[in-house]
Design a protein around this ligand. Structure first.
Ligand SMILES: CC(C)(COP(=O)(O)OP(=O)(O)OC[C@H]1O[C@@H](n2cnc3c(N)ncnc32)[C@H](O)[C@@H]1OP(=O)(O)O)[C@@H](O)C(=O)NCCC(=O)NCCS
Length: 174
């Protein structure tokens, strides 16, 4: 299955390499410091801690993509194969982020599109992710690609020091 995708914004997407780790950590750290999207998660707001987390994630089967403009990383997507679900394949957990000044130009859509293609060719039957209820941009992006909410739970939102609904969404691949 191949999904149609086209954008006029001049970005390219390629698989990430270990040489990209520092630049990826920079992108994640910048996004994590925004109040709204990742909730300013303390762990992700420091580059060394982010690099350690990324190295740990790479121990599992994964699809790690970077989006570049003028040869600079401006977006990332990472799907990590987590749960085996018997003969029906396995579940990948997805994370995605695009630098603020490059949003609304289809970079996020292109990244998800490529992640889905990777899942299809790697016997992944389901993609799962979590998103804050107030993160409208991310919610719309996920809905556009067929993700459905499956669970909601109150979770501490570090940026505001209060409890907020965190929504777990899934997309069935096969
Ligand atoms: C969520 C995010 C990755 C979207 O990336 P993007 O490159 O801006 O996404 P796209 O331009 O491909 O937009 C895809 C769809 O998302 C929706 N969308 C994007 N920005 C939106 C906004 N500000 N408000 C409402 N919907 C929005 C639209 O439905 C859009 O589809 P359309 O172009 O057909 O109308 C980006 O906003 C981001 O990095 N946010 C911070 C990090 C984050 O929240 N990550 C997800 C954590 S769960």
């Amino acid at each position: 299955m191949s999904l149609p995708f086209y954008s006029e914004y001049p970005f390219v997407i390629r698989p990430a390499t270990t040489n990209d780790l520092t630049d990826i950590a920079y992108v994640i750290t910048r996004i994590a410091r925004e109040e709204n999207s990742l909730g300013a998660e303390p762990m992700l707001t420091q580059e060394p801690a982010t690099i350690t987390m990324l190295e740990k994630m790479r121990e599992r089967p994964h699809c790690w993509l970077v989006a570049l403009v003028d040869n600079k990383i401006i977006g990332i997507a990472c799907a990590v194969k987590f749960f085996e679900t018997g003969n029906s394949g396995s579940t990948a957990v997805l994370g995605i982020g695009v630098l603020k000044e490059h949003r609304n130009r289809s970079v996020g859509s292109a990244l998800i599109h490529r992640v889905i293609e990777w899942c299809i060719s790697n016997n992944i039957s389901k993609i799962r992710l979590t998103v804050w209820e107030h993160n409208n941009a991310a919610l719309q992006l996920y809905k556009k690609f067929g993700f459905k909410p499956v669970q909601k739970k109150k979770t501490a939102f570090p940026a505001k020091g209060c409890l907020v609904d965190e929504i777990i969404m899934e997309k069935q691949i096969v």
